[in-house]
Ligand binder design. Structure first.
Ligand SMILES: [Fe+2]
Ligand SMILES: [Fe+2]
Length: 274
């Protein structure tokens, strides 16, 4: 398990169990009381035990219920029975997973172990805030630690250098994922101070988390509006301006101007920076 307190003391107590293959990463917080996602790996319990006895685990918070984020629960529940926090829509779409997942979630529910959380909630016993940021699926949650400015982003934001990042984070329409929602969710994240990004796949991005959110949004705009090429940069500039980041917005306008020196739209927008 990798820890991060050497990079930033405010990250003390966060442990990362890396992802591998068709399996998300998992994060241990709060001295082993909270787990964010469970991957789909064998051996997760041994990793958790490096931090604390498994019996201390009180909550598992799920960013969503794709199998690569929930499979590790099977091993955990052989020994302990923590509460599982998720968005109601994530529970809904867990019914679509292959057996034995639907039966497993059903048994959790019958045992009173499922806790539904909504946007704005706090994870009990922690300072972790819950953001509902749909788009990849309808029930996507991100978890945010304000003091450390750390965002646990599931598949909502993946670092751009992660192999297959676009595929792993794209809207899954069967699970209620919508491109429109994804754009809105990323726009909302532009207003959140994110120093450190702890994604569902790939290595955590320390100190430059916000940059990854911008790249994710720009990449979506570029995919949605291939032509004219300056459009994505102008949309980005607009969003950054609205998010009170005028310098970054200006950089996007400059880029748009390079791509389309004679564009009227670019010239008009550029007036805002005079
Ligand atoms: Fe994933
Ligand atoms: Fe996913």
């Amino acid at each position: 398990m990798r820890t991060f307190e050497k990079e930033d003391q405010r990250l003390e107590g966060i442990g990362w169990v890396p992802d591998s293959g068709p399996c998300s990463g998992a994060y241990v917080l709060n001295e082993g009381r909270l787990l964010i996602d469970t991957g789909n790996m064998v051996g997760l319990v041994d990793e958790i035990r490096e931090v604390a006895p498994l019996e201390k685990l009180e909550h598992i918070a799920l960013t969503h219920t794709h199998f690569d984020h929930v499979g590790g629960m099977a091993e955990i529940f052989q020994t302990v029975a923590p509460h599982v926090l998720m968005h109601p829509m994530a529970r809904e779409y867990a019914r679509l997973l292959r057996s034995p997942f639907p039966e497993f979630f059903q048994s959790l529910e019958e045992a009173g172990k499922v806790c539904y959380v909504q946007d704005g909630a706090k994870i009990p016993g922690t300072e972790v805030q819950v953001f509902h940021l749909p788009g990849h699926t309808a029930g996507d949650l991100c978890f945010y630690l304000p003091e450390a400015q750390a965002l646990f982003s599931g598949d909502t934001v993946l670092p751009h250098h992660v192999r297959f990042a676009a595929i792993l984070s794209k809207p899954d329409e069967i699970c209620g994922g919508r491109m429109k929602d994804k754009v809105e969710s990323l726009r909302r994240l532009l207003r959140v101070p994110v120093k450190h990004l702890f994604p569902g796949h790939g290595e955590p991005v320390l100190h430059k988390g916000a940059h990854q959110i911008k790249i994710a949004l720009l990449t979506l705009y570029q995919a949605l509006y291939e032509n004219p090429p300056e459009k994505a940069w102008l949309l980005m500039a607009e969003d950054l301006l609205a998010a009170n980041q005028p310098e970054e917005a200006h950089e996007c306008v400059k880029k748009a101007r390079t791509l389309a020196p004679n564009s009227e739209a670019v010239a008009l927008f550029g007036e805002k920076f005079r």
